[in-house]
Design a protein around this ligand. Structure first.
Ligand SMILES: C[S@@+](CC[C@H](N)C(=O)[O-])C[C@H]1O[C@@H](n2cnc3c(N)ncnc32)[C@H](O)[C@@H]1O
Length: 219
């Protein structure tokens, strides 16, 4: 049984696609994708042997459909070996590092479907994606273990953009259940960050964003 976060991630995986589940840990997502018949081949990958052993046990019923790989990020996946890539449950910095270390993701716009679930710093991941030529195409807001998660679906376009602060902060979740609470939680985090800043251009930028946030109605 998947929690709301992993269920939302699974929903972005295209039926029939070959998938890499990077940081698979317990292997629940890989097992679900194999067992539901949604995906013919899943690479369940993790940096550490302990989590990979858990995934091996969870995925055992699905035999050769799930292939286990030990190693860092996408270094264990060959270019073109998968169609969809899920990176869930890691901090935004780690997700950005994993994406940056795989230049083959950028060889062909639209080739790979990325499903990203940052455990922290949602805004930083949205900003990195835009600046590095990835389009954030959709997001699903969900709550698991009392926290909000933004489950993101993205693809490389080859067109870097400079995203505005408000869209980085709030994402593409307007109108979804919990969106107003998510926005308030994001604003509270930004206010906390602002309190630690010395006077200067960054503090002024954050103040401007907070003012904009206050003056903008949720669509
Ligand atoms: C909190 S678990 C998330 C498990 C699952 N994806 C989920 O969202 O429920 C994070 C997993 O990512 C793995 N991990 C961390 N950094 C990694 C990296 N650079 N490459 C592959 N796996 C990594 C950890 O070993 C751990 O098993």
């Amino acid at each position: 049984m998947l929690d709301a976060r992993l269920a939302a991630a699974a929903a972005y995986v295209r039926s029939g696609s070959r998938v890499a589940d990077i940081g698979c840990d317990h292997g629940k997502l890989s097992a679900y994708l194999a067992g539901s018949g949604r995906c013919p081949r899943i690479l369940a990958c993790d940096l550490r042997p302990g989590p990979l052993a858990k995934a091996r046990a969870t995925c055992a019923p699905w035999g050769e459909k799930v292939v286990l790989r030990l190693g860092d990020g996408l270094s264990v996946v060959a270019p073109g070996e998968v169609d969809d890539i899920v990176i869930a449950g890691m901090g935004a910095e780690t997700i950005c590092q994993i994406l940056a270390a795989a230049p083959w993701l950028r060889a062909e716009p639209g080739r790979y479907n990325l499903v990203l679930v940052p455990a922290t710093k949602h805004s930083a991941l949205r900003q990195w994606l835009a600046r590095n030529g990835f389009a954030l195409q959709a997001e699903t807001l969900c709550q698991a273990a009392g926290r909000y998660y933004a489950v993101m679906q993205a693809a490389y376009t080859g067109h870097p953009t400079e995203p505005d602060g408000l869209s980085c902060l709030c994402g593409k979740v307007a109108g979804q259940p919990g969106a107003a609470e998510y926005r308030a939680a994001q604003a509270a985090k930004l206010q906390k960050y602002r309190r630690g800043l010395p006077p200067g251009p960054e503090a002024a930028g954050v103040d401007a964003l907070l003012n904009e946030l206050e003056g903008t109605r949720w669509p």
